[in-house]
Design a protein around this ligand. Structure first.
Ligand code: SIN
Length: 492
């Protein structure tokens, strides 16, 4: 397939290291597929430890100069980069749909979301303030600086091929860090397109590099990133299993880590909920990106009194969800990313059936599109013994549990090692506070299905991760405190 881009030079098939577009030392490449068709759309270099080391060394050479720039000059460049992304949004969205499968309008919305990180963090770069502290001794002044941590690395997933790279790179670059980023092997092209635009707006060589590799290369690239003492921080979004491994590997050189890992989001609907709000929220929290987000509603817990009405409305809604290739204007969800993703969704549905779940809609791949196009699926009778209640399904499957009391809802919702996002639907303000405070989650959505924004702290508790991305808390993760004690300031 040849993509009809307005600017074909955004379609990069080389890695970007130290301001140069490069091949692998071995000359080897790996294919990038269109999940809608299975066609190869690009071939991208298979890098390993040596190329990653060179990228890290370039990041070290570039870091001091980048940090020395005035904050407002870094901010201007990041703003230019955000603007360049928006100006090229049609092309960036086309690249994203081709490699990830999400419908083109949704990809375009992701480009705007991705660009917003450069805009917001660029502005915030000017507000990295220090502190003065009243000293315990008269001749002293105590001062705290907040300085960039130095060279950082990022590893990003395939579900948001543009927004996850920018959510990591934007705060890093804003405060004067440099970053070497490895995008997922399924979706490297969106990150490479961002690097192309970064080069065009004048981000200096070495400040932002992209290393590419397939599943076999990932441990070599990740191994270099986590063991190289130059690297002072790792930011990872992906599975809890890989996050634990990276955290262990980072211990050897005591790197700062931020991890945005798996979720198992509960979606609580109480009897007094506004049904229209809850259904509109399911449309986003379940069907956005075909359910392939870490914050997708995974366990839909509905109170007995509203259960049947809710189920009827979810089925009605799900019938309007159209599964089709992402470039088809009628598509509301695209294919799942690949065969392992399909196998997991199919396994969860099969498990639900054997445990007495009633499939009211879907439950299979789309008859015409086949491949990984999974139908919007609604299943009732869920409980915590089901596989899909214990691991995230990452697919368009709504499994409805029934609960009786508020205490039950909170207990079931918290019955998981994960704690990323939770959703809560009720009109009772006291309940909002009680349940909101009782849920062991990093993010609580109240009467809405959408919580993502550059301005807000995104992240989880328990095995869903460490640290926050977005907001001023996301900036902190790329800063070190330096305490300076000045002595000898005596009265004349
Ligand atoms: C994720 O799935 O990790 C990110 C979702 C979002 O930013 O909305």
């Amino acid at each position: 397939m040849t993509l009809q881009l307005n600017d074909s030079s955004l379609f990069r098939q080389q890695a970007y290291i130290d301001g140069q577009w490069v091949d692998a030392d071995s000359g080897e490449t790996f294919p990038v597929y269109d999940p809608a068709t299975g066609e190869v759309i690009a071939n991208v270099p298979r890098l390993g430890a040596a190329e990653t080391r060179r990228a890290i060394e370039a990041a070290e050479r570039a870091q001091a100069g980048w940090a020395k720039l005035l904050a407002k000059d870094r901010a201007r460049m990041l703003r230019d980069l955000a603007d360049a992304m928006l100006a090229n949004a049609d092309d960036l969205a086309m690249i994203m749909t081709a490699e990830q499968g999400k419908p083109w309008p949704e990809a375009k919305a992701e480009v705007a979301y991705a660009a917003s990180f450069f805009e917001w963090f660029g502005e915030e770069a000017k507000r990295v303030y220090g502190e003065t502290i009243p000293a315990p001794m008269g001749e002293r002044r105590l001062v705290v600086l907040r300085q960039p941590i130095g060279v950082t690395v990022g590893i990003t997933p395939w579900n948001f091929p543009s927004a996850m790279p920018t959510r990591k790179a934007a705060p890093a670059l804003a405060v004067g860090c440099t970053m070497v980023l490895k995008p997922a092997e399924q979706t490297p092209l969106s990150a490479l397109a961002v690097a192309e635009l970064a080069e065009r707006v004048g981000i200096p060589a070495g400040v932002f590099s992209i290393v590419t590799g397939d599943a076999e290369d990932a441990p070599k690239i990740g191994g270099e990133m986590t063991s190289n003492p130059i690297v002072r921080k790792l930011s990872f979004t992906g599975s809890t299993q890989v996050g634990k491994l990276l955290m262990e590997q980072c211990a050897g050189t005591v790197k700062k880590v931020s991890l945005e890992l798996g979720g198992n989001a509960p979606f609580l609907v109480f009897d007094d909920a506004d049904l229209d709000d809850a259904i509109a929220a399911i449309n986003v929290a379940k069907y956005r990106n075909a359910g392939q987000t870490c914050i997708s509603a995974n366990r839909v817990l509905v109170q007995s009194g509203i259960h049947d009405a809710f189920v009827e409305r979810v089925v009605e809604l799900s019938k309007t969800v159209n599964v089709a290739p992402g470039f088809d204007p009628s598509a509301t969800i695209g294919p799942l990313i690949d065969d392992p993703a399909l196998e997991k969704v199919a396994r969860h549905v099969a498990d639900a059936k054997t445990r007495g779940g009633e499939v009211l809609l879907g439950g299979d791949v789309h008859a015409e599109h086949g491949r990984t196009f999974f139908l919007p699926t609604v299943i009732t009778g869920a409980d915590m013994s089901w596989e899909m209640s214990n691991e995230e399904t990452f697919g368009p499957v709504t499994a409805v549990h029934r609960f009786e009391s508020e205490a039950d809802a909170v207990r079931i919702a918290n019955d998981t090692p994960f704690g990323l996002a939770a959703y809560l639907f009720t009109r009772d303000h006291a309940r909002i506070w009680r349940v909101g405070e009782g849920l062991d989650y990093g993010m609580i959505a109240i009467n809405t299905g959408f919580i993502s924004a550059a301005e807000a702290p995104f992240g989880g508790v328990k095995e869903s991760g460490i640290g926050r991305e977005g907001s001023q808390h996301g900036i902190e993760d790329f800063l070190e405190l330096k305490y300076m004690a000045w002595a000898g300031i005596r009265d004349e």
